[in-house]
Design a protein around this ligand. Structure first.
Ligand code: GRG
Length: 298
């Protein structure tokens, strides 16, 4: 393990306990349906690297914001992420039976419960933000807007729609990047920007630099995901690799070749670091997270 990966692993570990404790607390025991509540807890608390919460907490640190204030937005982005995975795994979408080494939510429960769990997690994310006692009302409002834009039809859901429309079609690199900017990039960008928004003294230049960082990192995340897929190092879920459906998905290695995709990944990582040039050591966790995202093995 390289020194940077080790730094990020330490940072991720230090975030995970606090984030998981908060997620455990916020999916309380008072849902109207016990089965729904179990499905929500199953989906959120059953593993996951917590990359998005860690990016949120690292961005807050980079601009001098407090860990305590960034904890709720960090959990909110993870709830949106968990909902997106539940819905993405459904038969009407990717139709996957395994996620994080366990049955997907619709397999462990049933399809209708999985849909409702995703819906409820999305609502919970916004509810948590609106009620956060550690954030001022301006910050709460800005974060709710940020997360809504990233999650909705101009962001993640829009990207998923492009993805569904693209199966079996040949995309140009520009079209592929447009899809990933929306599908995975938007939530990664929101994670970083919401972390930055906890700082009352945030200046526009710092926010722009962090946004540029997150844009490069969001694409890098997806290039590495595609590389892991073809290298077979990723957790293969439900469908055999190389199946007709898997082959029909547009990917970076399919467009650029494996070597081309690796070079593109290195360029995106370098762009991400360049965006942080004006920041001092307080942005080191963010730098380490960028290195981790491109070096991750699953
Ligand atoms: C269905 C509303 C809706 C949206 C779906 C983002 C998305 C849009 C679906 C996610 C499906 C997916 C597998 C996308 C590729 C990106 C990816 C590998 C996500 C998994 O993120 P990690 O690696 O997962 O952060 P963990 O398990 O660590 O949380």
């Amino acid at each position: 393990m390289s020194e940077q990966t080790l730094d990020a692993t330490r940072f991720l570990d230090s975030c995970r306990d606090r984030v998981d404790a908060e997620l455990d607390r916020c999916i309380d025991r008072n849902a109207a349906s016990e089965r729904l509540q179990e499905a929500m807890r199953y989906s959120v608390l059953g593993g996951g690297k917590r990359i998005r919460p860690a990016l949120c907490l690292a961005a807050a640190k980079a601009v001098g914001g407090s860990f305590e204030s960034a904890l709720v937005p960090a959990c909110a982005v993870e709830l949106i992420h968990a909902y997106s995975l539940i819905h993405d795994d459904l038969p009407a979408m990717d139709d996957d039976e395994l996620r994080r080494g366990r049955p997907t939510t619709h397999i462990a429960f049933d399809e209708a419960t999985a849909i409702l769990a995703g819906d409820a997690l999305q609502a919970l994310a916004f509810g948590m933000l609106s009620e956060s006692a550690t954030l001022g009302s301006d910050a709460r409002l800005a974060m709710i807007g940020e997360l809504a834009a990233a999650a909705g039809h101009r962001g993640m859901v829009g990207g998923q729609a492009i993805d569904l429309e693209s199966v079996g079609r040949t995309l140009t690199l520009a079209q592929l990047e447009t899809m990933h900017r929306h599908k995975t990039g938007a939530l990664i960008q929101a994670s970083v920007r919401m972390g930055a928004l906890v700082s009352p003294e945030l200046d526009e230049r710092a926010l722009d630099a962090l946004t540029a960082f997150a844009k490069s990192l969001g694409l890098a995340f997806q290039v590495q995901d595609d590389l892991l897929d073809i290298e077979g190092a990723t957790e293969v879920i439900g469908k055999p690799q190389g199946s007709d459906e898997a082959r029909a998905k547009p990917t970076y290695p399919a467009l650029l070749g494996q070597e081309g995709a690796r070079r593109h990944l290195a360029d995106l990582l370098s762009d991400a670091h360049e965006s942080l040039r004006a920041f001092g050591p307080e942005a080191d966790p963010l730098r380490a997270m960028a290195d981790f995202v491109v070096a991750r093995t699953h």
